[in-house]
Design a protein around this ligand. Structure first.
Ligand code: ADP
Ligand code: AMP
Length: 217
């Protein structure tokens, strides 16, 4: 199963990709998570990405594509993947198309998460992430049992620097200009399926399962 989860920041891609990837036994390939890990370890790639990341800009394509190529060459990616947060512009989408083709495969579907802007703002400003395992919570919509502590691993929850209100608005703008054109791109390839990204997390997960399974039949 080779899927792309597409949608604005805060649409719920990571929340759904994490659970469905586990269920389907394929890796979740989240470029944002990979960049945060690279920045936390202060690797050369992390240092290169940080200036863009902190401003809510897209990190240059060559950095992202290096990361994706390395990830897709790992053995678990042979079973398939859920791309979460990649591709984010046309050049990245074209590069992904070539990579998948060179490996002798095709994409099965691109799942677009449709969520209104006021809801995205509420979600992003209340998001909290586990420093240790990357699990995602929301202060109101998906709170942890104990405030500030991850239910899954006991790690500390923090607010991402780029989830502050000023940066969030800019990221939504970057999405509209650079990433939203991918909707037409994938619609043209007959790959786009849309799910309503608002409502209970379980209901949305079920909707994704059913659109993806319908496409594979
Ligand atoms: P993305 O990966 O698309 O940026 P996330 O999965 O991190 O988005 O979700 C953004 C925020 O919204 C998180 O705080 C998450 O807990 C919360 N969230 C995810 N899905 C829902 C939902 N269906 N209803 C309300 N809040 C949600
Ligand atoms: P995310 O965790 O997906 O919200 O991504 C957080 C930030 O990481 C973005 O605002 C970008 O700065 C950077 N980023 C993540 N994925 C990509 C990508 N595919 N292309 C460029 N920048 C990315």
């Amino acid at each position: 199963m080779r899927l792309v989860f597409l949608g604005p920041p805060g649409a719920g891609k990571g929340t759904q990709a994490r659970d469905l990837a586990r269920e389907w036994n394929i890796p979740q390939v989240a470029t944002g998570d990979m960049l945060r890990a690279a920045m936390a370890s202060a690797s050369p790639l992390g240092r290169e990405a940080k200036q863009y990341y902190d401003r809510g800009e897209l990190v240059p394509d060559d950095v992202i594509l290096r990361m994706i190529k390395a990830r897709l060459s790992e053995s678990d990616a042979g079973r398939g993947f859920i791309m979460d947060g990649f591709p984010r512009n046309l050049a990245q989408a074209e590069a992904l198309g070539r990579l998948v083709k060179d490996l002798g495969h095709t994409l099965d579907a691109v799942v677009y998460f449709d969520v209104s802007e006021p809801e995205l703002l509420r979600r992003l400003t209340g998001r909290r992430v586990c420093r240790q395992c990357g699990a995602t919570y929301h202060l109101v919509f998906a709170p942890p049992t104990r405030p500030g502590v991850c239910d899954r691993c006991g790690g500390e929850l923090y607010q991402r620097d780029d989830d502050r209100e000023e940066t969030v608005k800019h990221r939504l703008d970057v999405y509209a200009r650079q990433t939203a054109p991918l909707l037409d791109h994938y619609r043209g390839q007959g790959l786009l399926v849309t799910v309503k990204g608002e409502g209970a997390i379980d209901t949305i997960r079920e909707a994704i399962r059913s659109v993806v399974e319908a496409r594979r039949r």
